[in-house]
Structures are given as C-alpha cells and as structure tokens.
Design a protein around this ligand. Structure first.
Ligand code: SF4
Length: 485
C-alpha cells in the first residue's frame, strides 16, 4: 500500500486522468498522442494509446510524460497504425501506479475486442470487484476500469454497445470514458456529468476529449459537450446517441473551473479562464484588503489574481516565480525532502515584494504545508504584510469522484477554523470565497441547497452520488492489492 500512501502525500489536489479518442482519420495514433499532450495537466505518471488497424488492436502503454514516451521518432508512435484510436493520460490513484494499470485497458470479448479509457472514480468498485472475484473473475490490474471490462464481458446483451451499457448500469461514481471496438468509437459520461467530456471533429472525423484544449492543438472544431448520462456511438455509417441511465440532475465538478481544467479550455459551456477571473473579482468584492500588490501563487492562482487586481485596482505583480522544470513534490518520499521540493518549485521575486503589503492569491488550501512555506518565503523576501485570499471555499472533505485528495483529517480546513488556519500559515488575514460567491462567478445566482447545480462536495460534504465502498468502510480510491490479491 506504500505507493498508495505516497500518492496522497502531497499538498495539492490532482486530477486523475485525461481521455481522448478519434475515429476514421488517417494517422489517428499520432493525433491521439497530440491530444494527450494537451491533456498532460490531467495526469503525468503514465500515458497509453490503443489504435485499431486491419483486424488488430495495437497498444502502447508506458509510464512517463506523453512527450517522453511518444516524442519525435518514437517507435511507440510509429507502431500506432490505423485510422481509429483512443488514449489516456494517467495520474495514479485508483489502483496505484503499476504499469499493468496504465490505460486504455483492452480485452477480447464474445463479439470482438474492446479498449476502454476512463477518467473518474467508481464508488462501488470494491463491492463489484469482490463479487466478481468470488464468481471466479481473474483480474490483470487493480484499476477500476477493469471492473467495467469484466462486467461488459459477462453481460448477456447481444451487442458490444449494449454490453457496455449493461455494465455501466451496475457501476456508481463519476466517469467520462471512451471505448474503441473494431467498428465503433464510444463516448460516455456518467448520469451526473461530474467529469468533463467534449465532442469535436477534424476533417469530418469525430473526436472525444476531456477538454476542448485537446481539440485546439489539432485545429479541430468544437461541436458540443457530451451530455450527462449520454452514450454517443460513432460508426462509419454515422452517429447514434442514447440516454440509457434515466434522467438525473447534472452535478458537474465545480473544482474543474477553480483548478483542474486548463484555463484555455471551455467546459460545460464556460471558458475556464474567464470563470477564474470572475472568481478573483468576486473574491475582491467579498474580502477586500488594503495592500500594494496582488501576487498569484503560480500558475493556478494567476487568472484569479488578475480578476482580483482588476476588480480592486491593486496592481498585479509576479512576486513568485515558478520553476516549470521541477518534478511534482508529492513523489518525494520523506517530509524532509518534500520540504525542499516546495523551495525548488517556487522562488520569491524580492525586487517586487520588498516593503510591500501583499495580497497572495491561491486556488485552494489542502494540507496547508505548502501555503505556510510560501507565506514564509514571501515574508523573507521583504513583504511587510501578507493577506491570503483563496479562490475556493475551505476544502473540508475528500473527493471520491476522481480527484486525489488526502483523508479529510489531513485537510487543514477540516481540522481548523479560518482564524486558526490564518495563524497556522502565518498571514495577517485569510479569507476564502463564499460558496454563493463561487456559484455567482460561474454564472448562477447562488447555490440552491435543495438542488445545487454543481458537485461541490469537497467544500459542502453534500455528495451527489452514492458511495457504497465508503459505506462499507472500503475506500474505492484505494488500491485493491492488499484487500483482494
Ligand atoms: Fe469536484 Fe470536489 Fe466534487 Fe470531487 S468532491 S468532484 S473535486 S467538486
């Protein structure tokens, strides 16, 4: 379980995965690699592509960054022949980081092969997997995507699409998935639409991607978001769309707007950069500060800081410079080395900060250890006051829908009041955007507690999707290595 523990050890939240698929376009494998490159921010530990060519599926799945695996002259890219392909970029949470868990996963079923790549997390994966193992299933990986494959394989439905739908009717949780068969490209979003999935086209060839930035890199056209609960199937004869899961109220992850999605993406009809600027402006309105500078914690705090600066009239400065060539701090094995990781990643810009009253803007506070070090760094560089403003409400609860979060007792806001947090991270003042303010910034009047438009469970504790594994005291985001193998 050590790989698991390490994956939760960092002081930031991580999206688990990005998915991509293209059907009926020359060079589909290479186009998928490019799409995954644009989705690299959604997962940096491994990437995989499965293409289909002349009766066979070809899989290239490797640990590392997309550019390192599939870069110039890569034999892996050259192998990906055919006009149809799907791909996945991965951050390990469900199932740990073993090579056998790298997606897309592939299986031969009655009626033909299927490859599946999935972004999200199943909240009854443990329960389903335990039952499947009792019934004799032999799992190759510890990924919850394989649960979907086993359920698909065991379905009595006639077609692969109906088998997949039958399987998905049994799962709970958040998923946006793409699947490839010999003759079909399939895209599905869970009934609550928690994770994003967009539809595009390039020279008439359909594309599925987690975010619109993966279309932009190809010069492809954005068509629309896949609807919550929608199954979209492309064949060479055209497209079909189904809603087989019954009508549910959409609960898109509001944290996609705050942090996960790339700012140049448009998801669920909203440009992420504009949403982040609006959050910063709302924060300036709700929690003003008397200060000389607005400084973002780069990179994710930049659009909100711009919004705060423009709304408040306080000048924006790059008071902290980020080194983009540093590995993520979470992979460091001990607290001592992780501490150095923060310093390696961020450096204060003394010339901008010296003698100034600073409003520091960040997207969220998780454990608080990084925030504390950044505040100290800014003070050491000569800032006379530090007022911390956070572009999300306090993160008090764990996510079970595809985002890597620590146990809630490791979340600073779960354990402390705002005043205690301010003292802990060492600031002159601390404020978070309100929940209603956040909803306002993304186009709503306020949060309707009876029917919230988004998933905001990590702030509110109001989880929209049942969590069977958590109720069984089994964390579905945890590896099954210990429990099952
Ligand atoms: Fe997003 Fe938070 Fe809901 Fe997870 S719990 S899906 S991070 S809003």
């Amino acid at each position: 379980m050590s790989e698991l523990t390490d994956s939760h050890a960092g002081d930031s939240l991580h999206e688990e995965c990005g998915v991509f698929g293209i059907f009926g376009h020359h060079g589909a494998g290479a186009l998928t690699v490019l799409g995954l490159h644009a989705l690299q921010h959604r997962g940096q530990e491994a990437a995989g592509v499965v293409s289909y060519d002349h009766g066979q599926f070809i899989a290239e799945r490797h640990p590392g960054l997309v550019g390192d695996i599939f870069g110039k002259n890569s034999p892996h890219t050259a192998n990906l022949k055919g006009d149809n392909a799907i791909g996945h970029t991965r951050y390990s949470t469900a199932g740990g980081s073993a090579v056998r868990n790298i997606q897309p996963l592939f299986a031969d079923l009655t009626g033909g092969g299927i490859a599946i790549a999935h972004n999200g997390n199943l909240t009854n994966a443990y329960a389903l997997r335990s039952k499947l193992v009792q019934d004799g299933a032999i799992f190759q990986s510890t990924s919850d995507t394989e649960v979907i494959i086993h359920l698909t394989a065991r379905s009595n439905e006639a077609t692969v699409v109906d088998k997949l739908i039958d399987a998905l009717k049994q799962v709970e949780g958040a998923y946006s998935l793409v699947a490839l068969t010999a003759k079909k490209l399939i895209g599905v979003r869970d009934p609550y639409g928690v994770r994003p999935l967009v539809l595009g086209k390039l020279d008439g060839a359909p594309i599925f991607a987690s975010e619109s930035c993966a279309l932009d890199i190809l010069g492809a056209e954005f068509v629309r978001d896949v609807e919550p609960g929608e199954v979209v199937v492309f064949t060479k004869d055209g497209v079909e769309s189904y809603f087989p899961f019954g009508k549910k109220k959409s609960r898109f992850c509001i944290f996609e707007y705050i942090y996960f999605a790339r700012p140049d993406s448009t998801v669920e009809g909203q440009n992420v950069y504009q949403a982040r600027k609006a959050i910063g402006a709302q924060l300036a309105h709700e929690a003003p500060a008397v200060a000389d500078l607005v400084v973002p914690v780069p990179d994710s705090g930049v659009p909100a800081a711009l919004g705060f600066s423009q709304a408040s009239g306080i000048p924006f400065e790059l008071g902290i410079i980020r080194n983009h060539y540093v590995g993520r701090t979470f992979i460091e094995p001990t607290d001592g080395i992780r501490h150095l990781g923060v310093r390696r990643k961020h450096n204060p810009n003394r010339a901008a900060l010296e003698g100034k009253r600073v409003v520091l803007i960040d997207d969220s506070i998780v454990r608080g250890t990084t925030s504390k070090k950044i505040v100290q760094m800014v003070r050491d560089a000569g800032a006379s006051e530090v007022h911390f403003r956070v572009a999300s409400p306090p993160t008090k609860h764990s996510c079970f829908y595809g985002v890597d979060t620590p146990n809630e007792h490791a979340l600073l806001a779960h354990e402390m009041s705002v005043a205690e947090m301010a003292k802990f991270i060492g600031v002159d003042s601390l404020a978070f955007i309100t929940m209603d303010g956040l909803y306002r910034a993304v186009g709503e009047q306020r949060r309707d507690p009876a029917a919230p438009k988004f998933c905001d469970a990590c702030f509110s504790g109001d989880y929209p999707i049942r969590m069977t594994d958590a109720d069984l005291n089994k964390d579905s985001q945890l590896s099954f290595l210990v429990e099952v193998v």
